[in-house]
Design a protein around this ligand. Structure first.
Ligand code: RIB
Length: 302
């Protein structure tokens, strides 16, 4: 089983011609309300590929909270450890431009109230992979990583949105998964502008934090560098895609990587599946519409 400890949001999405400049008012071309949140998106991405899933997190006592709960359950994700905390669920205000690029403002709501995890031993008992992101709180993320490590699971942190790793239990972490900008912030480096630069940065982060590192590069695919010489290193190139909306592409990558590792695939295979999944995800609007099933992903890879 994969256990995702993370955020769940409702995404309020405006389609715009271009992203607004400070002080600018834009008239949107359209509006949609989609299920989102980095944690919940990653759980759905892995569930669509066929993994048994559990989601640990929180929603508020509002209509969005019930919708989030129902949608996760409809994706066959166990929500027994999804708490209701406070009045408001997390929301994200998103603008997507004609190139498919997005700007996101997250209001954490219940996600920001998460802390130590009660009954962690029971909740994480059957974990093969434990996956967290940075849209909740350090106390919650650290509780999940430590519970995963205690159970012998492979632990993964998608350090998004970008933040320093200082408050996080890196000693309980196996894989750090980041995009190029997040990697640069963590490494105190410039943003790499090609796969070779990303490969160098991945090696530096792997050595500094004693973890395996994956850096996603959008259309250029992803690079990885294993921990202490294990799992090798390498680059998997992306394939051209008709981009409609990049929201959730990183989440699709991370969910697919977690799924592949839970199936005992090698790191190279896992990155290959994840790059292909991320590429498919950008072809439809919303964070989850383009997330592939196992059949669709296997067909794309074939
Ligand atoms: O990664 C995309 C997600 O970021 C959106 O679904 C939004 O909710 C924010 O969490």
């Amino acid at each position: 089983m994969i256990i995702v400890a993370g955020s769940a949001n409702m995404d309020l999405v405006a389609r715009v011609d271009h992203q607004p400049a400070p002080g600018e008012t834009l008239i949107a071309d359209g509006y949609g309300v989609h299920d989102g949140g980095k944690g919940a998106n990653q759980a759905v991405a892995a569930a669509r590929l066929g993994s048994p899933m559990r989601f640990v997190g929180a929603v508020g006592a509002d209509d969005f909270g019930q919708r989030i709960r129902d949608t996760l359950a409809a994706e066959s994700i166990d929500t027994a450890a999804l708490a209701t905390i406070g009045p408001a669920s997390g929301i994200a205000m998103i603008s997507v431009d004609t190139a498919g690029e997005n700007c996101i403002i997250v209001v954490p709501g219940a996600n920001g109230e998460l802390g130590a995890i009660d009954n962690a031993e029971t909740i994480f008992e059957s974990a093969r992979v434990v996956l967290a992101q940075l849209e909740t709180t350090p106390a919650f993320v650290n509780a999940a990583l430590k519970a995963g490590r205690a159970q012998g699971a492979e632990t993964m942190l998608n350090a998004a949105p970008a933040a320093s790793l200082a408050p996080y239990a890196v000693e309980a972490l196996d894989w750090l998964i980041v995009n190029a900008a997040e990697a640069a912030l963590i490494g105190g480096a410039g943003v790499p502008d090609d796969p070779a630069g990303a490969q160098t940065l991945a090696a530096e982060l792997a050595e500094t934090y004693a973890v395996g590192v994956v850096i996603t590069l959008g259309a250029d695919g992803a690079v990885w560098h294993g921990r202490e010489g294990a799992d090798g290193r390498g680059h998997v190139a992306g394939a051209p895609a008709d981009v409609v909306d990049t929201t959730g592409a990183g989440d699709t990558f991370v969910g697919a990587f977690a799924w592949a590792r839970s199936q005992d695939k090698s790191v190279r295979e896992a990155v290959t599946w994840a790059v292909a999944a991320g590429g498919l995800s950008v072809t439809q609007a919303g964070a989850r519409s383009g997330m592939p099933t196992h059949t669709a992903l296997a067909a794309a890879l074939a």
